[in-house]
Design a protein around this ligand. Structure first.
Ligand SMILES: [Cu+2]
Length: 280
C-alpha cells in the first residue's frame, strides 16, 4: 500500500514537472492529461503548434485516483478541423488524435459529455501559428527600463550568430494584459545597430510582461524573447497648491497679508463712519 502511494506521488511529481513544459514547448507531439482539474490540471490549458505540420495529441486519463470512473469524451473544434471524438476512461487510459492544421488560428479542446469537473474541460486551446523560419541562428535581447514619465522603454537588439547586428527588419512587440490576452503593441524596424525601441505607457505599481519576436526569413531563423518589469512608485496624486504647502513662499504670504489687511481696513473705515453718523 505504502509503495503504491509512493508511486502515485512520484508520478504526480513527474507529471507536474514535465506537463507545464510541454504546454509551452514548441512540439508537434503533444501529451495532455485529462482530469476533473482540467487539461494538464489547468482550466486554461494552451499549446502552440505549427500550421502545415502533422500534430499528434495523446490524451491521458488522470482521474484514476477517484473512487469511480470519470470518463471524458474529447473533441477538437475550429478552423475546419473535423476529427472524431476520443474517449479516455479507467478502461481506456490513453487516446490519440493525429491531424494536420492547414490554417492559422485557434482550436478548442473540450470534453463533450457530462463529467466531474466538466466546467474545467471546455477551454483548452491549441494555437496554430505560421511555421517558424529556419536558417542562420539569430538572437534577440530584450531590455525593459522604467522612464520618469510613467512609461516603460522596451528595447531589443537583434544579432546573428557572430554577434553582428541585423538591421532593417521588423520586430513585433506584444504585451500580456491583465485579462490574460496578448496585445500587439507595435512592430518597429531595427536600426543599423540591430536595435529597435518602443515606449509603453504604464502606471506606478503596474506589472508588465512584454515579448518581442523576430519572425525570421531570408535565410535567418526565428528569434523571440520576453521580459517582465514591475513599475516602482505609487499612482500619481494631485499636486499640492503653493499656499497649502508646508512652507509657503514669502511673496505669496505677503500678498495674502496685503489683501486681508485692505479688507480689514475697509471694514474698519465703514464701522468708524457708521459710529460717526450715529453720534452726529
Ligand atoms: Cu469530461
Amino acid at each position: 500500500m505504502l509503495r503504491r502511494i509512493a508511486l502515485v506521488l512520484l508520478v504526480t511529481l513527474l507529471a507536474t514537472a514535465f506537463f507545464p513544459l510541454s504546454a509551452h514547448a514548441h512540439a508537434q507531439n503533444v501529451m495532455i492529461s485529462v482530469s476533473r482539474d482540467g487539461f494538464d490540471h489547468m482550466a486554461d490549458y494552451t499549446v502552440e503548434v505549427e500550421a502545415g505540420h502533422e500534430v499528434t495529441i495523446t490524451f491521458a486519463y488522470a482521474d484514476g485516483d477517484l473512487g469511480s470512473d470519470n470518463p471524458h469524451e474529447i473533441q477538437i473544434v475550429g478552423l475546419g478541423v473535423d476529427l472524431p471524438a476520443v474517449i479516455v476512461s479507467r478502461d481506456n487510459p490513453t487516446a490519440t488524435m493525429t491531424f494536420t492544421p492547414t490554417k492559422t488560428g485557434t482550436l478548442t479542446i473540450l470534453c463533450i459529455i457530462p463529467c466531474i469537473g466538466m466546467e474545467k474541460l471546455i477551454g483548452g486551446t491549441i494555437k496554430v501559428a505560421n511555421p517558424r523560419a529556419a536558417g542562420a541562428s539569430t538572437s534577440l535581447a530584450l531590455e525593459l527600463t522604467q522612464r520618469d514619465d510613467e512609461s516603460v522603454l522596451a528595447r531589443v537588439t537583434l544579432t546573428d550568430a557572430k554577434g553582428n547586428p541585423i538591421g532593417a527588419v521588423p520586430v513585433v512587440f506584444t504585451m500580456r494584459t491583465s485579462v490574460g490576452g496578448e496585445l500587439e503593441i507595435g512592430a518597429p524596424m531595427t536600426m543599423e545597430d540591430g536595435s529597435a525601441a518602443l515606449m509603453i505607457p504604464a502606471v506606478g505599481g503596474q506589472k508588465l510582461l512584454v515579448s518581442a519576436e523576430f519572425v525570421g526569413g531570408n535565410g535567418l531563423s526565428f528569434a523571440q524573447n520576453s521580459a517582465e518589469i514591475t513599475l516602482s512608485g505609487i499612482p500619481a496624486v494631485n499636486p499640492i497648491g503653493a499656499l497649502s504647502a508646508a512652507a509657503p513662499p514669502p511673496i505669496l504670504a505677503l500678498i495674502l497679508l496685503i489683501v486681508l489687511g485692505s479688507i480689514w481696513a475697509v471694514y474698519g473705515t465703514v464701522v468708524y463712519q457708521v459710529f460717526r453718523i450715529q453720534k452726529g
